[in-house]
Ligand binder design. Sequence first.
Ligand code: SF4
Length: 345
Amino acid sequence: MSELLRSLKGDCDTLGCWIGDLPRGCELCMEGAKSVIFVTGVCPERCWYCPLSRSRKGRDVTYVNEVLARDIKDVVTEVAANLSRGAGITGGDPIARLDRAIEIIRALKDAFGQDFHIHLYTTGYLLTEEGMRELVRAGLDEIRIHITGEHSYRALAIAAKSGIDVGVENPAIPGTEKELLNAIRKATEIGAGFVNLNELEFSEGNEASLILRGYRTENGVAAVGSRETALRVMAAVMEEGIDISVHYCPARYKDAVQYRRRLARRAVATRMPYEEIEGSLVKWAEIDADEEISKRLVVGGLAFICGGRVVTSDTLAKRLGLRHTLVKAYPLSPRKIIETREEQS
Ligand code: SF4
């Protein structure tokens, strides 16, 4: 197996590795250029490994990345704020709220143009031929079927006739090599062009269920054995010469790389005049100066009054030799402060 695996593209320990071509949706995700649109927490399935948190599971709420969206304008605004060039439509099952998913796809294509890439995840339980036609008409570029039963293959067959990119996306549950390989054979026959195998993740929503079934984690994120299962399946696909692209997506680097890249883009788009960008964070200085100096800076447009505090850039505060508190935050709305430090200039 090791020789076969040496021919993989990418890096299995960082961003992921693959055989064949990487799906377009994954390329953009790796760059941090995709927003995740959680259409609804409603889902007709009951997967024991479902990662959804209690605040989302079964609840008919819409989020864009980590922001609650009250309406379609919120969706478009948040996608713009992340400088995204594409979006993944997920849930729950977006098909459980098909009209909303279609409205979102249409609005994103209208706002950002036809090149804005949109993919959608579903198990296909509720997917009909008419629903698929409507999704494609709205502008959907790619659909990923999470195989949970025979209904998923029926959905795959519907999707394969639609003319858009069609793939399969499932978690690599440790020890399920045989099942995954059978699913890949079947999906290839039906017409799927790619398979994504996600490293099985521990989350607040599935932790108890995973532990109950004997799975464990060493790093607090990924299930032990999931990576090996995915790589064994990829080796078998190569050995058999199955004509399909397969991509392994590691859980542990999602936060370290993809999430931080998306935040770095959000920092660029939403930076306030007094903020500076440091990687995926923004930072600023809260000045501790007398009233006279503060007033001069504000009047001169070099500092701003924000939330009752006088703020400026960390660089300017240092150059002026002002005592200040350095604040570092994730560039979310509102800013999520992660560090404050007294700076004695
Ligand atoms: S299909 Fe997805 S959202 Fe629905 S129960 Fe399964 S893992 Fe959870």
